[in-house]
Design a protein around this ligand. Sequence first.
Ligand code: HEM
Ligand code: HEM
Length: 186
Amino acid sequence: MNKYSFDNSLGQESYDPISRLFHWGVVVLLVVEFSLAWTMPDVHKDTRPEGLIHWHLFFGTLILATVILRILWRLTHAAPPEVSMPRWQVLAAQGTHKLLYLILVILPLMGWANASSRGWAVKFLGVVGLPALSPKGSSWGHELGDIHQAVAIGLLVIIGMHVAAAFYHQKILKDNLLRRMLPSRF
Ligand code: HEM
Ligand code: HEM
């Protein structure tokens, strides 16, 4: 046993349990958030943040808070040593992970700024009032709505690459990299 909590059958060390919980917790929250985004009514000038739109704001701000905590956790808890692979692959993986963290912070902030420009009061967990990120009626806050949608699609593309890389390791390289991020009973 070491500080990464267990070694798997290939002698690889895993992420600590909290990192793994954050990873899969954010995956679940993103599934909920995208499902809400694509089923909520179109947002127009006079739309109110009610029903599914309310829940999009609720889960969006929850994702932002969770990801900030996750980044703080990650900055204070090292990842397990890299598996053996070419340098460019290590750099590509690290770059992709940093990009994912960056988008997971910027994307909710853009949605929040767009909500503020519509004059909506954004509340954390539906109760704790958050400050407006843009003045009501601001044109740049309005523009961020379209950019928010485009960046959400970009996030899906990068997630697709990330998942494809995970399965490449699992099925082609057979290095069991996935197990570093799975619950310890796997
Ligand atoms: C990671 C978190 C988030 C994801 C993945 C996400 C995703 C999306 C997506 C895909 C759309 C487009 C929906 C469509 O096609 O009609 C959208 C729209 C929107 N989101 Fe988010 N969102 C997130 C966080 C937030 C947050 C935190 C807020 C506000 C507090 C927010 C406010 C909005 C608003 C106001 C729109 C409508 C924009 C417009 O039509 O101009 N989102 N979101
Ligand atoms: C079925 C879906 C997914 C699978 C199979 C998967 C798999 C993995 C694996 C195996 C790792 C560890 C890589 C290593 O050991 O070097 C990892 C790390 C990571 N994953 Fe995922 N992942 C999935 C979805 C996601 C999603 C949706 C996100 C967020 C948008 C995400 C963000 C990350 C990040 C940021 C890391 C880096 C952790 C760190 O070192 O800080 N993953 N993923």
